[in-house]
Design a protein around this ligand. Structure first.
Ligand code: GLN
Ligand code: ZN
Length: 767
């Protein structure tokens, strides 16, 4: 792809005519600083407010946010990253690509939510992780009967709203390549539809230009994944066509979560005006000198990490910006990705310890960093001396804090021998466990959590505000546990759980009890739809002060003769759903967490617990986006799980639970975990995963989820029976477990009871 120098010259003219900007971010959070959108949306679902009220609440949030960003000094502001549920779903709407099964729902908002969440009669779209983040997008379905058509109302309305407020608005849309590559099509041929989409995007660009947009941001994070040469050609031809001619805003193609490598030349050797690059994930700015096409582009430099919470090393950022100024026509400062992935602001945190606070930057603080850096870019680094000095001092204080270097933990990790990562051979364990547990064939169980009732939430809130004391809180949680155990006994389940009432969240719960983690009060981040999480911050070395779960599990076990599963979260998931240290390799942090979990498994075993589940739903999610980086990740992640679970005796049965993913890429590693039983979300991918497991030689216990807990639908006995029979084609009866595909905490008791009853009945009939 040689650079045509004549077109480069023309481009220089075009770019200099564009209104340039220097300070921006790539996208914005939308749930509201106090989760206002979550509350309004759920009220709409519950029927307590109408669509008008929901729209008003959303508009209010957008307006306030725009005003704040303007006041903060950004000279280009992304608009259209707002969403009632998810940006991929919004893109499907934009392109007329909702599945036919929702087509006859007349009300557009209800149709939208039906595609997102399903209804009594309609299956929702599948949901999966957005690249290697903990955000979930809805997977568009492209079939032969999908006829694309443009529905640009949402981007146009939000643009107009911003223009009316006088904001320097830059509409953001997900690009056609990313949309199609992430979509699901029966024959895997979605990319053949690219020309149709390019035509629609051209029309969209025209409409946006008419509505006053000077720039448009087209997100193509797919460019940081491995693309084939043919796909690279498609990138080039799509952007050649999109950028040809006028009648459009200037185009900024945004990449993030990694570096586009060869795809950079493919997309940049076109008439697009700008490219956004992520400099927080290992991209070396000096490598860009070899991309001559940048000489006539705006490079939007993601030097402020948009997905972690650490204060930016401003010196490093200034030097990156300096290097870029030598290769690009213009440089703007930005977050590395949308601020969707970090909490709104540090100022909402009253209880963070002051040292830790000085090392952090949340959304608002990142915007301030962008502005400072942009000022330095315009007026020279001397003009931001004070800010540079403050950042330098904070970083130095962080590096020398003793909490980051606990000699005892370090010594323990250094002394680990290979035996610490191994158990006896699986067959040997299987015999011991069979004798000890005496389970029927096709044992039935659940994944851990039961519905989070309002009694639970009330008790938690009352404890937080001091309305009830610890003793009362414990009494109430015990009552919940007793209820849940009684329910499971009544339903006839074989392996019981305590129901996790005491856990607000499966990661936060452990982080709160481990040294080295800090919790936030308002650090909410959208996980999917209206679900938000408050990821803990891992800032130091990890140690377990005392047992974390033993009393609860022990209590549950005291109520029944059936085995109760101890319930822990694995090291990979604890890291994946936390903001992690950036001062040491992740594998190092994982070993420290694994040691803490290992101590817990040993304590559970000592009180008589016979089965322990260590959940690793995030195993797939942290998989690096590039194939070259995967073996190293899979090695440390599998080893950390094994370290966490190899401290118990061979007669103790280790379970693990994995969910939400395409497992193809990690299938060998699932076997490598060497868990006696693995429960897996498979209801939505129709047991395909079992075939994959077989192909990988996996021969341990497996519980492919027999029904989908993410939907309110109650599965019938026949459905579950059919599901089990299908599974039995791939797995022998001795290895098959019967369970839902994930925890039940988001469901109501009235949904859970009949569903489990049907599941138990189906297991009995298949037996
Ligand atoms: N044990 C957890 C639960 O049941 C597992 C949740 C998950 O897989 N995300 O809620
Ligand atoms: Zn799950």
């Amino acid at each position: 792809m040689a650079v045509a120098s004549s077109s480069a010259m023309e481009n220089i003219v075009t770019v200099s005519q564009q209104k340039q900007f220097t300070a921006t971010v790539l996208g914005l959070p939308r749930v509201g600083p106090r989760r206002e959108l979550k509350r309004a949306t759920e009220a709409y679902w519950a029927g307590t407010i109408d669509a008008q009220a929901l729209h008003t609440a959303a508009r209010e949030l957008r307006r306030t946010q725009l005003a704040e960003l303007r006041a903060a000094g950004l000279d280009s502001i992304p608009v259209g990253t707002f969403s009632y549920y998810d940006q991929m779903l919004d893109t499907a709407v934009l392109l007329g690509a909702l599945p036919p099964r929702v087509a006859d729902i007349a009300d557009p908002l209800d149709r939208y939510f039906a595609a997102a969440r399903g209804t009594e009669t309609v299956e929702p779209l599948e949901m999966t992780k957005w690249f290697d983040t903990n955000y979930h997008y809805l997977v568009p379905e492209i079939g032969p009967d999908t006829t694309f058509s443009l529905h640009p109302e949402k981007p146009l309305d939000e643009l107009q709203e911003a223009v009316e407020l006088g904001a320097p608005a830059r509409p953001v849309v997900i690009g056609p390549l990313t949309f199609l590559k992430l979509a699901k099509s029966a024959d895997g041929s979605a990319l053949t539809r690219l020309p149709e989409l390019v035509a629609l995007y051209r029309e969209l660009l025209r409409r946006l230009a008419n509505a006053g947009a000077e720039w448009v941001q087209i997100d193509e994070p797919i460019l940081v994944t491995d693309l084939t040469a043919a796909e690279m050609d498609l990138v080039h031809s799509a952007y050649t066509e999109l950028s040809a001619g006028g009648d459009r805003p200037a185009i900024l193609v945004a990449t993030y979560f990694g570096h586009p490598d060869a795809a950079l030349a493919a997309v940049a050797d076109t008439e697009i005006e700008g490219i956004a690059l992520d400099f927080t994930s290992g991209t070396d700015p000096s490598a860009l000198a070899h991309v001559p096409v940048l000489a006539n582009k705006l490079v939007v430099a993601g030097v402020v990490d948009g997905r972690n919470v650490w204060r930016t090393d401003l010196d490093l950022a200034v030097s990156t910006l300096g290097e870029l100024s030598r290769v690009a026509a213009h440089v703007a400062v930005s977050s590395s990705c949308s601020l969707l992935h970090v909490p709104y602001t540090l100022t909402a945190e009253a209880r963070l310890d002051e040292q830790l606070r000085s090392w952090l930057a949340f959304g608002a603080e990142k915007v301030a960093e962008v502005n400072v850096l942009a000022r330095g870019l315009r007026a020279g680094p001397e003009s931001i001396d004070t800010a540079l000095a403050a950042a330098r001092a904070a970083l130095a204080a962080r590096r020398s804090d003793p909490r980051l270097h606990d000699p005892q933990v370090r010594a323990k990790v250094a002394a680990l021998k290979p035996e610490a990562f191994r158990r006896a051979p699986a067959e040997q364990r299987r015999e011991l466990q069979r004798e000890r547990l005496q389970l029927p064939t096709l044992p039935t169980t659940t994944i851990g959590s039961y519905p989070q009732t309002s009694a639970i939430r009330l008790a938690r809130a009352a404890r937080r505000t001091g309305q009830i004391d610890e003793a009362e809180y414990i009494a109430r949680m015990r009552a919940e546990i007793a209820n849940t155990v009684a329910l499971q006994e009544e339903l006839g389940l074989d392996v019981l759980v305590h129901g996790e009432p005491e856990r607000n969240d499966m990661v936060q719960y452990f982080a709160e009890q481990l040294e080295g983690f800090a919790a936030t009060e308002q650090g909410w981040v959208q996980s999917y739809g209206t679900r938000c999480v408050r990821p803990p911050i891992l800032f130091g070395d990890v140690t377990r002060r005392q047992p974390m779960t033993v009393e609860w599990i022990d209590y549950a076990q005291s109520l029944t003769d059936k085995p109760v599963k101890g319930m822990l979260t694995g090291p990979v998931t604890i890291l994946a759903w936390s903001f992690v240290r950036d001062d040491q390799p992740l594998g190092e942090s994982a070993r420290q967490v694994a040691l803490a979990i290992r101590d817990e498994t040993v304590d559970l075993q000592s009180t008589g617990i016979r089965i322990i589940q260590v959940d690793e739903p995030a195993l797939r999610e942290l998989l690096p986006l590039r194939a070259v980086d995967r073996p190293a990740y899979l090695d440390w992640s599998v080893q950390s799980f094994r370290l966490a679970t190899s401290g118990v005796s061979d007669a103790t049965q280790i379970h693990t639970h994995l969910c939400y993913s395409e497992f193809g890429d990690v299938i060998d590693s699932i076997a490598g975990l060497d868990a006696d039983v693995t429960s897996i979300e498979a209801a939505r991918s129709h047991m395909e995963v079992l075939d994959d497991l077989n192909a990988a030689g996996f021969d341990l216990g497996v519980g492919p989820g027999v029904y989908d807990i993410h939907s309110p639908r109650v599965p019938s006995v026949e459905e579950v029976t059919a599901s089990l029979r299908e599974a039995l084609k791939a797995v022998s009866a001795e290895r098959l477990w019967v369970n839902p595909d994930c925890g039940l905490k988001t469901r109501s008791r009235t949904e859970v009871e009949p569903a489990l009853r049907n599941m138990v009945a189906a297991a009995a009939s298949v037996r």
